[in-house]
Ligand binder design. Sequence first.
Ligand code: ZN
Length: 79
Amino acid sequence: MADCRDTIVQLYAYLDQMLDDDLRRDIDQHLGDCSDCQGRVEFEFSLKARIRSRAAAEPIPADLEQRLRDCLDLDLGDE
Ligand SMILES: [Zn+2]
């Protein structure tokens, strides 16, 4: 059975659904019993959702895009 420490350690993997079934079940079980961790998961989950929707809503600024392109060009070399 997972405890608070396990849950925090695995939080991002849990949110990204990268955990194997046993571990995810352990953490689900702990979340059922522990309002502290429940709140933590909800907070991180809404934060991730907000970041994702903001990233989707706002296009990359032109100067940043140009800088990224420059970086990519440098990495590719002169072919
Ligand atoms: Zn907990």
